[in-house]
Design a binder for this molecule. Structure first.
Ligand SMILES: CC(C)(COP(=O)(O)OP(=O)(O)OC[C@H]1O[C@@H](n2cnc3c(N)ncnc32)[C@H](O)[C@@H]1OP(=O)(O)O)[C@@H](O)C(=O)NCCC(=O)NCCS
Length: 189
């Protein structure tokens, strides 16, 4: 049975130096903040090269590196660390101002990942619930979230937050799987 969710302890915080050690520990355990490809080793090297600038480089650099190595301009974003007194994971929103559309290289508006030792406590469900008003604030009445068709946990997280199935598409890296699409409405203020 899942450990009970203590919502009062769960917080979304912008990446900041207080959580650098916890983030580093997670990377060192092989946790990848990006779910489409494993960037744990790259980020760990980057963090250990320049601790002071790490979060800025990782979340605010002007360009973003795609899995194929090409760089694209970073979209406007709202990135958060998920903490419960300890580091638990990350969740991020990316968007284009004034439109719900996303460029083809971005699979969805919101991505999240919880470190393995904090999974199964309702944290991803709660983190998504808490970021949806942020999406509304930036002008999105609904967000597109995608996940692999065999990612039962993520499907449940999305559906628990009102996700409406919106079809599927080819998977970029797993030819044997489909990518499921969901629209998730954001709450009116
Ligand atoms: C998917 C993921 C975000 C779920 O995080 P989490 O904090 O464990 O999720 P929750 O605790 O909120 O669980 C939500 C539901 O999914 C279920 N669940 C979680 N992980 C599961 C798994 N691996 N298999 C089956 N069900 C799972 C939970 O039991 C819960 O079900 P319930 O509502 O019936 O009780 C987490 O496993 C993760 O970070 N995975 C790797 C990265 C990833 O896949 N990110 C999402 C990309 S779209």
């Amino acid at each position: 049975m899942n450990a009970p969710l203590k919502t009062s302890r769960l917080t979304l915080v912008p990446p900041n130096a207080e959580w650098l050690d916890g983030y580093e520990h997670a990377l060192a355990q092989g946790w990848s903040p990006n779910t489409t490809h494993d960037i744990s080793r790259d980020q760990l090297a980057m963090l250990r090269r320049d601790r002071a600038n790490f979060f800025h480089e990782a979340y605010h650099s002007p360009n973003f590196r795609l899995p194929d190595g090409t760089f694209v301009p970073r979209l406007p974003a709202r990135d958060f660390l998920i903490v419960d007194g300890e580091f638990c994971g990350r969740i991020g929103l990316r968007f284009q101002t004034g439109t719900v559309e996303l460029p083809p290289y971005v699979s969805g508006h919101i991505g999240y990942t919880i470190v393995p030792w904090k999974q199964g406590r309702g944290y991803a469900t709660e983190a998504l619930r808490r970021i949806l008003p942020v999406a509304r604030e930036v002008g999105l009445a609904r967000v597109m979230i995608t996940c692999d068709d065999d990612n039962i946990g993520s499907i449940k997280v999305i559906r628990a937050n009102g996700g409406i199935p919106a079809g599927d598409k080819d998977h970029e890296t797993r030819p044997d799987r489909r990518k499921l699409l969901f629209w998730v409405p954001t709450p009116e203020a």
